[in-house]
Design a protein around this ligand. Structure first.
Ligand SMILES: Nc1ncnc2c1ncn2[C@@H]1O[C@H](COP(=O)(O)OP(=O)(O)OP(=O)(O)O)[C@@H](O)[C@H]1O
Ligand SMILES: [Mg+2]
Length: 380
C-alpha cells in the first residue's frame, strides 16, 4: 500500500475497509479465543447479520453453523467440533502458524433456514501488534459444485446411452457386413455389385464408429482404470511401426524409429497405449505426402517417458489446433484415399488413454509438419 499517498492513519484505514468491502469472498478476522473481531461487507450480506449481532461472538456461531444451531450450544461445544475442518484450520493457523486451504460441505442457517453449502476456505495466521489472529477467507462454491454434480450425472446418462446403443448395434451391423461380403462373392451384375459394395463400405464404417464409441464408453465408465503391466517400451513402439509397414510402403513414406535400446520398461496398459500410438501413426501416415518421412521418437525426461510422432504433412491450422482432440472433429484430407471413412474419434480416444495413465498429450504444428507427443510418468 505504499503507492497511494494517503494523508493519515484514519484515511488509510478507511481505504483498506473500502477495499475489503469490495471483495466478493467472505473475509473475517478471528482472535486467539476464536471470536470474530472483523468482517467485510460480503460476509455481512451472506449471513444477514449486522456488526452488533456479531460483536465478538464465536466464529461458528457467527457463521450460523448447523451444529451450533441444532444443538443450541456454542462453537467449540458441539459433538462435531473436534472434526470441524473450519475450526481445525483456525486452530492450526493459530497454534502452528500455518496457512490452511480446504474445501468442505457444511449445513449452515441462512435467514433461519438450514442450507447445505459447499465452501472453499483459507486460514492464515496474522500477527497484529504482538497479538496472534487468524484471517479467514471463505468462498461459497455451492453453485459450482452443484453444476459439477449435474454434469457428472449427465455424463453418466450419456455413457449408459452410449454403451447400450453401441453394444446393441454391433450385432445387426455385423450381420449386414457379413451378408454384404457373401453377396460380393456372388456373380452379380456390375450395377448390383456397386450397390452391395456401397452397403459393405457403409457397414464397415458403422462398425468402426460403434467400436470407437464403445472404446470411449469403456475408458470413461471404468473410470480410466487401466490394466497396468510392466513392459519393454521399445517393443511396443516396434510392434506398432511394424503394423503400419504396408500402408507406409504403399504411400512411399519412410518410418524412422529413434529410441535408445535401453529405453527401459514402463507400467502401462499395453493394448491401450498401442491403440493411442496406432492412431497417432495412422494420422501421421494419412496426412503426409508421398515420399516423406515419419519419425517416432522415445526418450526419458526427468520422471516421464516422452513419445513423439512427427510428420512432414501440411500441418494443422492455428484455429483448428484446439479442436483436434475433440470427439468427432475431422479436418479434410489433403488428398483422396479409398480407406474406410474415419470417425474423428482417434485423437479423443488417445487423449483419454494417455490421461488415464496420468499422462499428458499435446501437439506442435506448422506448415512443415506436425508433431504429436505424449508423456507418461515412469512409475517406480
Ligand atoms: N498428423 C496430422 N497432420 C495433420 N492433421 C492432423 C494430424 N493428426 C490429426 N489431424 C487432424 O485432426 C483431426 C482429428 O484426428 P483424429 O485422429 O481424431 O480423427 P481422424 O483421423 O480424422 O479419424 P479416425 O482417427 O477416427 O480415423 C483429423 O481429421 C485431422 O484434421
Ligand atoms: Mg485418426
Amino acid at each position: 500500500m505504499a503507492l497511494l499517498k494517503l494523508k493519515n492513519l484514519k484515511e488509510s484505514n478507511a481505504f483498506l475497509n473500502t477495499l475489503l468491502d469490495n471483495v466478493d469472498s467472505l473475509i473475517f478476522v478471528i482472535d486467539k479465543d476464536l471470536r470474530v473481531v472483523q468482517i467485510n461487507e460480503a460476509f455481512r450480506m451472506f449471513i444477514y447479520k449486522q456488526d452488533e449481532e456479531i460483536d465478538q461472538d464465536f466464529f461458528g456461531k457467527v457463521l450460523s453453523c448447523g451444529y451450533t444451531v441444532n444443538e443450541s450450544v456454542n462453537c467449540g461445544s458441539t459433538n462435531h467440533c473436534h472434526l470441524c475442518e473450519f475450526r481445525n484450520g483456525v486452530l492450526k493457523s493459530l497454534e502452528e502458524e500455518e496457512v490452511v486451504k480446504k474445501r468442505l460441505a457444511r449445513a449452515i442457517y441462512l435467514k433461519d433456514k438450514e442450507a447445505q453449502r459447499h465452501f472453499q476456505f483459507t486460514t492464515r495466521p496474522v500477527d497484529f501488534q504482538g497479538e496472534k489472529m487468524v484471517l479467514m477467507i471463505i468462498d461459497d462454491i455451492t453453485e459450482m459444485e452443484e453444476k459439477k454434480e449435474k454434469l457428472k450425472q449427465l455424463n453418466e446418462i450419456k455413457n449408459r446411452f452410449l454403451g447400450t446403443v453401441s453394444h446393441d448395434l454391433k450385432n445387426p451391423i455385423g450381420a449386414i457386413q457379413s451378408l454384404a461380403y457373401v453377396l460380393l462373392e456372388e456373380d452379380l451384375g456390375e450395377e448390383h455389385k456397386t450397390y452391395v459394395d456401397e452397403i459393405y463400405k457403409a457397414s464397415e464404417y458403422m462398425m468402426r464408429l460403434v467400436e470407437d464409441l464403445l472404446d470411449i464408453y469403456k475408458i470413461e465408465t471404468e473410470n480410466g482404470r487401466m490394466n497396468l503391466r510392466r513392459v519393454e517400451y521399445i517393443q511396443i513402439l516396434q510392434e506398432v511401426i511394424d503394423s503400419h509397414r504396408i500402408t507406409a510402403k504403399d504411400r512411399r513414406i519412410q518410418m524412422i524409429l529413434e529410441v535408445a535400446e535401453d529405453a527401459g520398461t514402463l507400467m502401462i496398459d499395453r493394448n491401450k497405449i498401442l491403440q493411442a500410438l496406432n492412431n497417432l501413426i495412422d494420422n501421421a501416415l494419412k496426412f503426409s505426402p508421398q515420399g516423406s518421412k515419419v519419425v517416432i521418437r522415445g526418450y526419458r525426461r526427468s520422471n516421464h517417458f516422452i513419445t513423439e510422432v512427427q510428420d512432414e504433412g501440411p500441418g494443422i491450422k492455428k484455429e483448428d489446433r484446439e479442436k483436434v482432440f475433440q470427439e468427432f472433429y475431422q479436418g479434410s484430407l489433403p488428398f483422396e484415399t479409398n480407406r474406410v471413412k474415419s470417425t474423428g474419434l482417434g485423437l479423443a480416444i488417445a487423449k483419454k488413454i494417455v490421461e488415464a495413465h496420468n499422462g499428458e498429450i499435446g501437439m506442435e504444428s506448422n506448415q512443415k509438419g506436425t508433431k504429436f507427443f505424449f508423456a507418461i510418468p515412469i512409475a517406480h
